[in-house]
Ligand binder design. Structure first.
Ligand SMILES: [Fe+2]
Length: 461
């Protein structure tokens, strides 16, 4: 898309607002005055820009995709960006955004924050700017014209990097404690590891993907303004409150690389961060038939082949769990273990189970030496409400090195897990740390574990 255009003079937010003041034809002066006093006062100064995200480009050392939504009148939004250290924005570059109108959320059955039934009202312009030519290992700041908030991302390029891995918070505006709990463990993890480079999610960030207002709330959380963000689609991100779901909800709320296979563009995608190729998958598609799962594997294998030489290690990510943390039974591990063995996948990430899991290094169903197989991990849930209780392992106890959930119930069936994972990647190792808030609201770090890793093209033993 648009990149590296010559700098043009950025419009100020005020100029943009003046330009887009709505007119009210056919109303009396009195009504107009009332509207000015009441109606426009409720149009908050920054309401027209929302769902602002910094998503990966294919090569995150030089390419980052920014996405945002704006009201239909905001037809000339632009992105202004510069390095974080450029305090006066003296070297800022302005890039006009490309937009298309999106109505996919409009009229979808949903709920208001006070729990009332309502239909989403959402017709907007879906904007994207794909930045290229960025400096590696550099912190950037950016603004959307018409919006005062300064946001940040950092490019890849350092030999070591850290990401904060979150999952399954099921953002739901009638129960704000979910997002609050999520923020509390994100804050705790960032205090433990201030040098986080990006945030990664294995899905279910909202309760119903069809509920636009839930996405708006999710992307209003502080992490979104401060970090590059990459994620996979979860079943909740896909679903409507009623009657199925759609990939479009995820596609429209992100500006992911459109390098997925046919029908999955912007939903399944791959990117390279440091020396790692990260491939994301869509379980809602794969679960529809064996052929659909085979199509995902064919695509992932082709990416691995075509990008050879640009990465040294491979991570794959999907939403559905590898194992069931209640008892250790095999879930999607069975579907992907042969693929991981064939392609020397280093780390396989998933969520959905709401129980944290880490396996030993595995190959051919056996525990093997670090660097000679795949570590499968499942992220815990983060909302303090919908956790699943980790139980004694009656299957795969040889493979699963660690599981965790809160043991305190939030209701008859579920537990209060509030957790996330820090992942530190160096050229030859991966350290993972489970961070959680315990039943006494104390921050805990558990399962601090480091594996030695080898490049994916290392001959298998
Ligand atoms: Fe979930």
């Amino acid at each position: 898309m648009i990149s590296n255009l010559p700098a043009i003079t950025p419009r100020t937010g005020n100029e943009l607002k003046r330009r887009t003041q709505p007119s009210i034809p056919g109303r009396s002066n009195l009504t107009l005055l009332a509207a000015l006093l009441l109606g426009f006062a409720t149009t908050s100064a920054h309401a027209e820009i929302r769902v602002v995200t910094a998503n990966p480009g294919e090569d995150c050392s030089t390419q980052i995709n920014i996405g945002w939504h704006a009201d239909l009148e905001e037809t000339s939004c632009a992105l202004v960006y510069t390095t974080k250290g450029d305090e006066a924005w003296a070297n800022a570059i302005t890039v006009p955004g490309a937009s298309t109108q999106s109505d996919v959320f409009d009229g979808i059955d949903s709920k208001t924050p006070d729990g009332k039934d309502w239909k989403e009202e959402a017709k907007f312009l879906d904007y994207g700017v794909n930045l290229t030519g960025l400096k590696p290992d550099t912190e950037y700041k950016y603004k959307i014209t018409g919006d005062d908030e300064t946001r940040y991302f950092k490019t890849a390029g350092a030999s070591e990097f850290t990401f904060l891995w979150i999952s399954d918070l099921h953002g739901y505006t009638p129960i704000p404690s979910r997002v609050k709990n999520f923020n509390s463990v994100v804050d705790a993890a960032l205090k433990i590891e201030p040098s986080v480079d990006f945030v990664f999610s294995t899905g279910d960030v909202v309760a119903w993907g069809g509920s636009y207002s839930f996405w708006v709330d999710f992307f209003n959380q502080p992490f979104a303004a401060n970090y590059l963000y990459a994620d996979v689609i979860g079943n909740h991100d896909w679903m409507r409150r009623r009657n199925g779901g759609s990939n479009e909800y995820f596609d429209v709320t992100h500006n992911n690389p459109r390098n997925g296979y046919a029908g999955q563009e912007g939903v399944c995608y791959w990117f390279i961060y440091g020396d790692v190729l990260i491939i994301t998958l869509n379980n809602e598609e794969m679960k529809t038939s064996p052929e659909a799962e085979a199509a995902a594997k064919t695509w992932a294998a082709s990416v691995i082949e075509q990008q050879k030489g640009k990465y040294k290690r491979i991570f794959i990510a999907e939403h559905y769990q590898w194992f069931d943390g209640r008892n250790g039974r095999t879930s999607w591990y069975g579907n992907w273990k042969d693929f991981c063995d064939t392609h020397n996948v280093t780390l396989a990430l998933s969520g959905n189970n709401h129980v944290y899991q880490r396996t030993h290094t595995l190959r051919a169903d056996q525990v093997v030496a670090d660097g000679t197989g795949t570590v499968y991990m499942v992220a815990p849930s983060a909302d303090g409400e919908r956790g699943v209780k980790a139980g004694p392992l009656t299957a795969n106890a040889d493979k699963l090195a660690y599981t965790y959930s809160s043991q305190e119930h939030s209701n008859e069936k579920e537990v209060k897990t509030i957790a996330c994972v820090l992942v530190d990647v160096t050229p030859d190792s991966i350290r993972t740390r489970l961070v959680y808030i315990d039943e006494n609201k104390q921050v805990q770090v558990a399962d601090d574990h480091t594996i030695k890793t080898l490049p994916s093209d290392t001959p298998t033993p």
